[in-house]
Design a protein around this ligand. Sequence first.
Ligand SMILES: [Mg+2]
Length: 238
Amino acid sequence: MTISCVLFDLDNTLVGIPNTWNYFDTLIQDVLKMDYSLSIPSKDERNSLWRSGKEYVSILKRWGVSDPNDFWIKFDERDGIKRRKLIKENKLILYDDVIPTLKKLNNMGIKIGIVSNTPDFIIEYELDAFKLEPYFDKVLGLGDDQSICKPEPDGINMILKEMKGSPAKTIFIGDSEVDLIAGQRAKVFPIYIDRNKEKRKIFDINPKSYLKITSLLQIFDIINRPQEDGKSPAESIL
Ligand SMILES: [Mg+2]
């Protein structure tokens, strides 16, 4: 199959954050409470922020945050401190399949990159903690500009331009719905990594529009699969 580029999400795709939902939800609450002295919105309201893309401005304003960009600056500061602590305490996990997958892709001459909603300075801590940086051709952190974060396709579009990759020959692997939506919008082949084998997990998008795997090594089944005439890899499989 003519895959020339493989893109990964970072958090919970390559590197695991324990109790992720709780980790980020606590951060939201800390910023609202400690930086702005605002009351805490409902759980559903808080949850909506993660899928909001460009809508984040109206959500934060509804909560009483007058400068949404300032909110993310404060959020990233607290995230940075908290993430460094996790690394120091060896609480971040590098999944077993990551190094074998990256090495194999490198050996095959396939370009690899990261598109993450986390800001670059935090990505650097994480890549450094596990010595991952040398495997990647390009790493893109979107956290500094919330309006281009996934589910927006901007990050994938930007990195493909820099890597001179074509969407039809690219797969993008992530662990959440925003990754799949961003992948669809960027017209790459979206793959969902279900590390916890959550059989019942259902997203709001067509299940036929992405592929589900439980180990990164399964991407080689796709890469090594014979290509059907005139079809992109995604069209051949989905
Ligand atoms: Mg993730």
